[in-house]
Design a protein around this ligand. Structure first.
Ligand code: GUN
Length: 300
């Protein structure tokens, strides 16, 4: 039987509706409006498109949101001073510095300068530490992993005691999703294995997975015979494999391919995310969720 297709666009829209209501209520009851600033250095086209999407969503949800564009040659000290300005601004609850930054800037230094309580990307070591400890210590969840967990839970896939196999050990997806899924609690409590480029027999591990999360950045890496029949497959890969003319705009747009051979895998899996339209739409939505959470905790 063909797999259920997990529709990230629909689930993200559902969460945004919930957030919109929460924002309106917060405004009405407490006079607090979630504030998000996105800082963009330079004009990298992909980054421009990402921050535009983040700003658009923030506006739609009723946030106080602003885009702060800085020139490519901004000195690191000036960028650090800007971050500090927003750290001190009570109207701002979330600060996002769009990556990558130009080579002359130490990315780690800039990210670590963000107040952990406004770090809605959840890149700061303090927030990663809180995430690892878990329970009431955890504050923000990193956006893509949080989106993955929402997709799994809202698709009705059981997680407690499930064998979860994560392919990839990046700091922004592989490591944090492994931590999230192993924590005690709802939507988690799984037995987690992480496989990576140093793993022996990656396929054998994948074949055991009730939930297979693939974030390797290798187009079509996971073959259909790596998938246990009925498994839930979450494909985080967004690989540009070429370009095509958009039917809507006539402009050239990238052709995206996931890390999983989708057409074949959907005949074996029980549920699967497509690329695009699976994990992708969730990331921005979870950034909004973190900003709402941050605003909520500012209420005395
Ligand atoms: N660049 C690409 N993805 C991201 C993201 O999730 N956060 C930030 N800050 N920069 C990015």
């Amino acid at each position: 039987m063909a797999a259920k297709i997990i529709n990230g666009n629909e689930i993200a829209a559902e969460i945004r509706e919930e957030l919109k209501k929460e924002v309106a209520l917060m405004k009405e009851k407490h006079g607090v409006v979630p504030g998000l600033v996105t800082i963009l250095v330079g004009k990298n086209p992909a980054s421009v498109s990402y921050v535009t999407g983040k700003q658009k969503t923030a506006h739609e949800l009723g946030f106080y949101s602003m885009q702060d564009d800085q020139p490519e040659d901004i000195p690191e000290a000036a960028l650090l001073a800007l971050v500090d300005k927003y750290n001190k601004d009570p109207k701002i609850h979330g600060i996002l510095v769009q990556l990558p930054l130009p080579k002359h800037i130490n990315e780690k230094r800039v990210l670590n300068a963000i107040d952990p309580d406004k770090d809605v990307d959840c890149f700061h070591p303090v927030n990663i530490g809180r995430l690892v400890i878990g329970g009431s210590e955890a504050r923000f969840l990193p956006c893509t992993p949080a989106g993955i967990q929402e997709l799994i839970v809202r698709s009705g896939v059981p997680t407690s005691g499930a064998d979860v196999v994560v392919v990839g050990r990046s700091n922004i997806v592989g490591k944090p999703i492994a931590i999230i899924m192993m924590q005690k609690g709802k939507g988690a409590n799984s037995t987690v294995t992480v496989v990576h480029t140093g793993s022996r027999n990656m396929e054998a591990h994948c074949r055991r997975a009730d939930i297979l999360i693939v974030a390797a950045g290798v187009p079509g890496l996971v073959k259909p015979d790596w998938i246990k029949p009925g498994a839930c497959v979450i494909d985080v890969g967004v690989n540009r494999v070429g370009e095509k003319k958009s039917e809507k705009t006539g402009r050239m747009v990238p052709i995206l391919k996931g890390d999983v051979d989708f057409d074949a895998a959907k005949e074996i899996a029980g549920a699967i995310t497509p690329v695009p339209g699976g994990v992708g739409p969730m990331t921005i939505t979870m950034l909004m969720k973190n900003t709402v959470l941050s605003a909520k905790s500012s209420i005395k």
